[in-house]
Design a protein around this ligand. Structure first.
Ligand code: ADP
Ligand code: MG
Length: 238
């Protein structure tokens, strides 16, 4: 299970309102992509969903439960960041397993999950290496593997491919799509790349200045953008 409901979520930093009342429903197993220009609030919305940031008002509901007061580690969510956020002094294996170890998961179970995730992500040859000994694409796969071993209900990806070169972006995007098919988990994915949005999404959410402009399937947005803004991002030229 991994359904999500966002109810009238607002977020201000001091006097500046960054999220101006977001309403969204994500069904279990859906792949939802947030697109919008830099600064429109995509990362803030992900961070509110993850619990890394408190909303100013509104509710986040996961599988029918209001998690607004639930700490990040207890939300059943794993987040993958643009910058990988790996521990430089730990091996790949220990980077992947650290969160589980801290949660008290038995060592044998941690090893079992790392085995599965590293096989899915072709990371077996690198388990004893440290991040500095890996390429950017390999580092991002480790960050994705670290999310997978937690067996979250909900994956959050914040521009995970932005630091990769063009060829690696395509490969890693295909790996994420494959992961979604295999795990059947709910995934929310932030990007400002139209191709990523069109190819990955079941549903695209177009954000602009803290509001949702339109929600719809890729072809729906492409063929029937609600306004010039959406057309400029996704739609066919008007
Ligand atoms: P996006 O991910 O769409 O580029 P963000 O969610 O990172 O946008 O940021 C939205 C707005 O909120 C930006 O104007 C940004 O400067 C501001 N912002 C984000 N985080 C903070 C913070 N911790 N303190 C103050 N302002 C912030
Ligand atoms: Mg961002």
């Amino acid at each position: 299970m991994g359904s999500l409901k966002i109810e009238n979520v607002k977020k201000a930093f001091g006097p500046v309102e960054v999220l101006k009342g977001i309403n969204l429903e994500v069904t279990d197993g859906e792949f939802v992509v947030f697109v919008g220009p830099s600064g429109c609030g995509k990362s803030t919305l992900l961070r509110v969903i993850a619990g890394l940031e408190d909303s100013t008002s509104g509710r986040v509901v996961i599988d029918g439960q209001d998690v607004s007061a639930t700490p990040p580690a207890k939300r059943g969510i794993a987040m993958v960041f643009q910058t990988y956020a790996l521990y430089p002094h730990l091996t790949v294996k220990n980077n992947m397993g650290l969160g589980l170890k801290q949660a008290g998961t038995p060592a044998a179970e941690i090893d079992r999950r790392i085995g599965i995730a590293s096989s899915m992500l072709s990371l077996e040859p690198y388990l004893e290496r440290r991040p500095a000994e890996l390429s950017g694409g390999q580092r991002q796969r480790v960050a994705i593997g670290r999310a997978v071993v937690r067996e979250p209900k909900l994956f959050l990806f914040d521009e995970p491919l932005s630091n990769l070169d063009a060829a690696l972006r395509v490969n890693t995007r295909l790996e994420i799509a494959q992961l979604h098919r295999r795990l059947k988990a709910t995934m929310i994915y932030v990007t400002h790349d139209q191709v990523e949005a069109m190819t990955l999404a079941d549903k695209i959410v177009v954000l602009n200045a803290g509001r949702i402009e339109q929600i719809g399937g890729p072809m729906e947005l492409y063929n029937s953008p609600a306004n010039e803004f959406v057309a400029g991002f996704i739609g066919s030229p008007k």
